[in-house]
Write a protein that binds this ligand. Structure first.
Ligand code: ZN
Ligand code: ZN
Length: 367
């Protein structure tokens, strides 16, 4: 899909908004630059297992009805991007620009957009579009829409100087964060938030894999009075130090048992072996949430680890409601966002560093 294809004429459930769009008297504000022939850069995936290719585009994108064109200020590098580049997730049958943690400013708007003006700062998340009609969408689970399209996967993303997004799926960003700080909120923060909420009122929370998502959710959990236990790759002292700095009560390697039985655990590392490990660390009735889109195979394990009404579940994608609530929390909680900044042209280096576990906090591309 190209960015202009996933535009629907309905907002959320039902078809009332096409009527709204039709009725709208707002005059579309199109920045003069949208019509220009300014050249701009993007990094795109042309095939699994190959480095991203630098491409130059001749014309700025012209947003279609309901769309925003966004001048990218920063774009986070997520493990999902790595899964795409490494061929662990299927690629669309055309080159695609990855990146679904986009922060930027509206540079042009298509017809019918009334909620924004040119210059507004917005964040573009993973969920680019959902159908609004299926049972999942109507049931408030647009994250599970079988027709959903995702930024940086079916729709070009933010490893670029410009991106196009459906105005109904973007968020406003709390002022307290710079573009670079805000970018990781769009997926690491937001998907982490959805996973965290699935643990209910868990007081003792284990986090397996202390990267971009965990370093944000640890702070949210501390802000809300929970205890955080952080598990890292064996011997990853810098990550353990960061976890302690951010308020973790305990930090250690994932092959160590925590000093207290956990109420819940979130697994951010894409490592299936951590599932039985985490189950063995939570109390009866506790919850283990797998928070990544891809994970290596889960080894078989004794039923006793699941027995006792322990729950094992995954978290998939996000809803716009998740984004709205998380942005409110992020506006209130003074999250310290640790970023490792890369130039857009160094996107391959950022991916390599993420793969090797050499990123403290979140990698962010700044064009
Ligand atoms: Zn749907
Ligand atoms: Zn992501």
């Amino acid at each position: 899909m190209c960015p202009s294809s996933p535009i629907a004429t309905t907002r959320g459930a039902g078809s009332s908004s096409s009527a709204k769009l039709a009725k709208s008297r707002a005059v579309p504000q199109v920045a003069a630059e949208a019509a220009s022939t300014q050249r701009w850069r993007a990094m795109q995936i042309e095939g699994a297992g190959r480095p991203l290719q630098r491409v130059l585009r001749d014309r700025l994108p012209v947003p279609a009805e309901g769309q925003l064109c966004i001048k990218v200020g920063a774009c986070g590098v997520c493990r999902t991007d790595l899964h795409l580049v490494d061929g662990e997730l299927p690629l669309p049958n055309h080159p695609v620009v990855p990146g679904h943690e986009i922060v930027g400013r509206v540079s042009a708007m298509g017809e019918g957009v009334t909620d924004f003006v040119v210059g507004d700062r917005v964040g573009v998340p993973w969920l680019a579009w959902s159908c609004g009609r299926c049972a999942q969408c109507r049931g408030g689970r647009e994250n599970l829409c079988p027709h959903a399209r995702f930024t940086g996967w079916q729709v070009d993303g933010g490893y670029a100087e410009y991106a196009v997004a459906d105005a109904r799926y973007v968020f406003r960003i709390p002022d307290r964060y710079s573009d670079e700080e805000a970018a990781p909120l769009l997926c690491a923060g937001l998907i982490g938030w959805r996973a965290y909420n699935l643990t209910g009122r868990a007081r003792r929370l284990g986090l397996y894999g202390f990267g971009a998502a965990a370093h944000l959710i640890a702070q949210v959990a501390r802000f809300q009075g929970r205890e955080v236990y952080a598990f890292t790759r064996i011997g990853d002292e810098p990550a353990q130090t960061l976890a302690r700095e951010l308020g973790a009560l305990w930090a250690g390697s994932s092959d160590h048992a925590p000093p207290a039985v956990l109420d819940a655990a979130l697994i951010f590392a894409p490592v299936g072996e951590l599932v039985p490990t985490a189950l063995s660390a939570v109390r009866p009735g506790g919850t283990v949430v797998c928070a990544g889109i891809h994970m290596s195979d889960i080894p078989s394990f004794p039923y006793a680890l699941l027995w006792g009404e322990r729950k094992l579940m995954s978290v998939a994608n996000l809803t716009r409601a998740d984004g709205d609530t998380f942005m409110r929390v992020a506006a209130e909680a003074p999250l310290v966002v640790h970023t490792q900044r890369y130039a857009l042209a160094d996107a391959n280096q950022a991916l390599d560093d993420l793969r090797a576990g050499h990123v403290r906090g979140a990698a962010v591309l700044v064009p």
